[in-house]
Ligand binder design. Structure first.
Ligand SMILES: *[C@@H]1O[C@H](CO)[C@@H](O)[C@H](O)[C@H]1NC(C)=O
Ligand SMILES: *[C@@H]1O[C@H](CO)[C@@H](O)[C@H](O)[C@H]1NC(C)=O
Length: 295
């Protein structure tokens, strides 16, 4: 994927409205604000405060990428997205968390475009201590280009849950105690969004490249909402310990209840197109974590 540089390019000129919900939570429910930094090509980031949307666009010259200035250690992160209408083959839009520096951690949502009328694929991945290779891909049960849908990550001391409109699509449990290095738990992450060209791999494995005559490709992001432990706070101990006043750490987010488990099973059964845990060519012996994350 297009990688963020650890050197942030300037401060964003976008208007500020940061509403603090709690000491440790922030909710970007109002205007887009200068706590985001435009990392790549300011002209391709179009903010509309009135509708609380940010359009990221891509043409042959450049795509776009932004990142939160704040970094978080655990929390809940969501955004509403309306993906590229019509031909989006070769393009990837993303919403993800990433730490900076070497041996980075990363929690990804990537949306792989397709030819007009063909379905988008949601690609999720996880890097822990610099190691990724944990891809899952699935179709969605709706047309993500028609209207906004909510994509979220809840990351706490126990598990990472990816959801789409509150329906779980992926679970990754913290099994550090028996499988060291398999869970991001030490490095604060920023929240990022981007659009980039992935002609060589995104659509049908690269068989369908980006058709620039259909550019600009435009994706709408709306209502970024992050509630997490900000790493800049003095009270980092409330992030690193399993602090029960952080709602994302409470028992209902520590495991999946029976209903969520059965929802996740159904989603995987009906929509999964690729799971690294089942890729025997790549992993003749499935990674250890796979047995723990099975539902
Ligand atoms: C694009 O559409 C084709 C045909 O329906 C499908 O096989 C493929 O998985 C879709 N998505 C991507 C990202 O290639
Ligand atoms: C689980 O699903 C059943 C049937 O749909 C519902 O009646 C019940 O309230 C749900 N339980 C929880 C905890 O959501």
């Amino acid at each position: 994927m297009y990688r963020l540089k650890s050197v942030i390019v300037g401060r964003s000129v976008l208007s500020a409205c940061l509403i603090f919900l709690t000491l440790m939570g922030s909710c970007f429910a109002g205007d887009f604000h200068d706590d985001f930094t435009v990392v790549w090509s300011r002209e391709n980031v179009i903010v509309d405060d009135a509708s609380r949307t940010v359009k990221l666009s891509m043409n042959e010259v450049a795509g776009a990428s932004l990142a939160s200035s704040d970094a978080f250690l655990f929390g809940s992160f969501s955004v509403k997205l309306k993906l590229i209408k019509g031909d989006s083959a070769g393009t990837v839009c993303s919403f993800y968390l990433t730490s900076y520096g070497s041996n980075h951690d990363e929690i990804d949502f990537e949306f792989l475009g397709n030819e007009t009328g063909q379905p988008y694929v949601v690609h999720t991945n996880l890097f822990s201590n610099g190691v990724g290779g944990r891809e899952q891909r699935m179709f969605l049960w709706f047309d993500p280009t028609e209207s906004f849908h909510t994509y979220s990550v809840i990351w706490n001391h126990h598990q990472i849950l990816w959801t789409v409109d509150d329906t779980p699509i992926r679970l990754h449990r913290n099994m550090e105690s028996v499988d060291s290095g398999s869970y991001p738990h030490k490095q604060p992450m920023v929240v990022a969004a981007s659009i980039f060209d992935a002609s060589t791999w995104a659509t049908r494995g690269g068989a369908v490249p980006t058709k620039w005559e259909h550019s600009p490709f435009v994706v709408d992001y709306k209502d970024f909402t992050f509630q997490g432990c900000k790493s800049s706070d003095n009270a980092m101990s409330t992030c690193t310990s399993n602090y029960q006043s952080n709602w994302w750490e409470t028992p209902q987010f520590q495991t999946l209840d029976t209903n969520m488990t059965s929802q996740l099973r159904t989603i995987h059964h009906n929509y999964m197109v690729y799971d690294y845990c089942l890729d025997q060519r790549r992993y003749p012996i499935p990674p250890k974590e796979c047995s723990y994350n099975q539902v």
